[in-house]
Every structure is written in C-alpha cells, then in structure tokens.
Design a protein around this ligand. Structure first.
Ligand SMILES: C[S@@+](CC[C@H](N)C(=O)[O-])C[C@H]1O[C@@H](n2cnc3c(N)ncnc32)[C@H](O)[C@@H]1O
Length: 184
C-alpha cells in the first residue's frame, strides 16, 4: 500500500495531470481542506495559473494549507475562507476547472444542487467539473446515477471517467473521478 507521502511525491502529480490539470489554468478547489490537491496543482500551474482554494474550515484543515503556502513560498494559491454558503465569490465564466473532491457528501440535497449550479456559472465554456467520487452508496445517500443526472440537468456533460489511486482523508484509495464539461 502506497503511503500518502509517497503518493504526494510521485504518483499524485502524474494523476492530477491525467485528470486534466494544465499550466495556465484557473482552478477552483471547492472544500480544499488541507490543500493536498491545491498544492499538487500549484506545481503544475507554476506562475501562469491560479488556484482558488475555498473552504469554510469547519473541519479545521485550512491552517495546514496556510502553513504549506508559507513553508513552500507558494504564490499561485489564493485562499477563500467562507462561512459555508454555497455561493462562490468568483465572476461568471472565470475558471477552467472546479474540483469537487471529497466534499459533496457533506452537503445536503439543496446545497448539492446549488454547488453544481454555481460550478456551472463560474466555469468558462469548455471548462470542467472534476468530481472525486467518495462515500458512494453509504450513509450520505450518494448515488452516481443521481449525480450524473443532476450535472446533465445543469448543463454539465459527463465526458471522462478515470479510475486512479487518490488521496482520501488520510490514506490512498482506489477511486473514480468523473469530469463533466460545460459546452464550448
Ligand atoms: C473531507 S475534506 C476534503 C478536503 C479536500 N477536498 C480533499 O479531497 O482532500 C472536506 C472539506 O470541505 C469543507 N467544507 C464542508 N462544507 C463546506 C461548505 N459548505 N463550504 C466550503 N467548504 C466546506 C470542510 O471544511 C473540509 O475542509
């Protein structure tokens, strides 16, 4: 079993590229937590893109990201601390990618719908929502068919499905990632 440290150092960045993260993009990491994905993406973007790392900090993880930004002198991550509202303080058609990684299950039905709508609004045409499918079928009532349908209803077309080892909470777990695109 790969350790989290090894995954972050080696496979993580390769997988993030395979998911579609590229130099120059603007990325919203909704519910970024300690910023494992934001920091990996920041290495790919270098100085030509930006990550908007949004979190309400209800799990107290944001401090870890702030420490990493200071320690590694990261210039391309901007933290957006919210009070948990699902209205994204970014302009329409502003970002290339929205990451919804291990947060969807924490939202209620109305919030889930709002997050998909808000993601569509802030995405540029041709941009995509990348969803890391955690907690499927469990106590949180997450059903993939329902998510695909909700994305479609809101203008986001499922185009890519990847099966990869991903960071989840404190371990590495074989996961599904779905990319839903906004029509160009
Ligand atoms: C399990 S962590 C996932 C962190 C990160 N996305 C990852 O995959 O490692 C979930 C994060 O979502 C945040 N969160 C929960 N509800 C939120 C909301 N309504 N708005 C913004 N962030 C929220 C929590 O504070 C926490 O940092």
């Amino acid at each position: 079993m790969t350790s989290v440290e090894d995954w972050i150092k080696n496979e993580g960045i390769v997988i993030i590229r395979q998911i579609g993260i590229k130099n120059g993009q603007k990325i919203l990491d909704f519910g970024c937590g300690s910023g494992v994905y934001a920091v990996l993406a920041s290495k790919i973007l270098k100085n030509t893109g930006k990550i908007y790392a949004l979190d309400s900090d209800e799990e107290g993880l944001l401090g870890e990201l702030i420490d990493k930004i200071k320690r590694y002198k990261i210039k391309n991550i901007e933290i957006i601390k919210t009070s948990g509202e699902i209205s994204i303080p970014l302009n329409d058609e502003f970002v290339d990618v929205v990451l919804i990684y291990d947060i969807y299950h924490l939202l209620d039905e109305l919030e889930r719908e709002m997050l998909i709508r808000e993601s569509y609004r802030v995405l540029r045409k041709g941009g995509f929502v990348s969803y890391h499918a955690t907690h499927i079928g469990g106590e949180y009532n997450i059903k993939l068919e329902k998510i695909h349908a909700k994305m479609k209803e809101n203008g986001l077309q499922l185009k890519e499905k990847l099966e990869k080892p991903m960071f989840h909470w404190a371990w590495i777990e074989n996961s599904l990632i779905f990319n839903y695109f906004k029509k160009s």
